[in-house]
Design a protein around this ligand. Structure first.
Ligand SMILES: [Zn+2]
Length: 395
């Protein structure tokens, strides 16, 4: 791989700058000869009113912006172009500023580029950026890209995979899953917890199809790298979301439904018959039950046939309830000359039959299990010695 150090003025770099608001990415500069966001780059994440402003303030204070890297590439017509390898966030911030897309706070109030005094505008446009231009094979450039990227915000796992498996599949997959302006994101976001811009939605869609096919995200991406469409990925993702929505048709969708492992639920119970209205009623009952402490597991609990009550982390007895029941049970046991643990008292022989256990050696048990309608109140509480309570197990 050959590298060459060059200087470009911001005036050159931002010539014919184009920014795609919809997809949140800078597209072209250098009069169309610079591709600001090649397909393996992540979306623009500096537009937070802080990092983008900091870039402009650095220019005005004549602080260095750091090295920028371009790679030599070819456009679809085979003509030589440059692609931004590292520096995309900085260049996009500058390009957006000089095209009046955002303002910076100054002592004279908010200032757009066009409202800056001429000398400040020139200061920005004449600033020279130091650029390394790299000419090498696709593999060399990608490997190097992974190395240099440690300087800025590191790429997350999916952003790296997009770089490694870049091609028509990644382009199509990003178009489908990675735009934060896509109105479908709002609906998806009620069931999944992922950031489209940082490729989280795409990562989840890939994770789901990979789980279904018993492979990994890398395995799936490498196998489909040259596909030009993402029909299978899209259809499975939508099938899972559509099922989640139909299976639990709650309005509004409770926040606890967000981020559950819907793919796993779908794989396990997706073909079971169900009644949407009855399900809604049951969810509402469980939400209203103060004994249910882990609301987010209500959905899995229902799907799994309401057997695994431990999923719901049922509220146990209050300390005061246990002490009151212990005192009452112990007093009665002493009067009767038997153990204060009813199971010990029922023993046929030995000194356990009359053993009075201290409070610390006893545990509370639901006489009628919660799953059968029993409450965590004194009238449904029985104190058992540790050994006998554990022997009864979870119920
Ligand atoms: Zn006992």
């Amino acid at each position: 791989m050959k590298t060459e150090l060059k200087q470009y003025t911001i005036r050159d770099i931002t010539q014919d700058f184009q920014y795609n608001e919809l997809e949140g990415k800078g597209l072209y500069g250098l009069g169309g000869k610079l591709v600001i966001q090649p397909e393996y780059q992540r979306n623009y994440i500096y537009n937070d009113g802080k990092k983008d402003v900091a870039v402009i303030e650095s220019l005005l204070q004549e602080y260095p912006l750091g090295l920028i890297y371009f790679a030599v590439g070819k456009d679809s017509a085979g003509d030589a172009i440059l692609e931004v390898l590292d520096g995309q966030q900085r260049i996009t911030s500058i390009g957006r500023y000089v095209t009046n897309k955002f303002a910076i706070p100054t002592s004279a109030g908010e200032q757009y580029f066009s409202s800056l005094p001429q000398d400040k505008q020139d200061l920005i446009l004449d600033t020279k950026l130091l650029v390394y231009i790299c000419d090498g094979t696709e593999t060399e450039i990608k490997e190097w890209f992974q190395t240099i990227n440690i300087s800025g915000e590191p790429l997350n796992a999916q952003e790296l995979r997009n770089a490694i498996y870049s091609g028509p599949f990644v382009t199509a997959a990003r178009a489908e899953f990675s735009s934060s302006r896509d109105p479908r994101q709002q609906r998806w976001g009620t069931y999944i917890n992922a950031n489209p811009v940082r490729q989280g939605v795409l990562e989840l869609a890939l994770k789901w199809i990979a789980a279904k096919q018993d492979t990994t995200i890398d395995g799936y991406m490498s196998q489909h790298r040259h596909d030009t469409d993402v029909a299978e990925l899209k259809s499975y993702f939508n099938a899972v979301i559509d099922w989640a929505e139909a299976r639990f048709p709650l309005e509004p969708v409770p926040k606890e439904m967000r981020g559950l492992n819907w793919q796993q639920f779908y794989a396990q119970w997706g073909t079971d018959a169900y009644n949407g209205n009855a399900t809604v009623q049951r969810v509402e009952e469980l939400y209203a039950d103060p004994a249910v402490r882990t609301k987010k597991n209500i959905f899995e609990y229902i799907l799994s046939g309401e057997e695994k009550t431990q999923l719901l982390d049922i509220r146990l007895f209050e300390d005061s309830t246990k002490r009151a029941v212990y005192a009452q049970q112990t007093e009665q046991a002493k009067t009767d000359g038997v153990s204060n643990c009813p199971d010990c008292a029922a023993a046929t022989k030995g000194d356990v039959k009359t053993k009075i256990h201290p409070y610390k050696d006893m545990e509370a048990d639901h006489v009628t299990a919660w799953s059968k309608g029993g409450n965590s109140t004194a009238d449904n509480c029985e104190m058992l010695c540790v050994r006998h309570n554990r022997a009864k197990g979870n119920k």
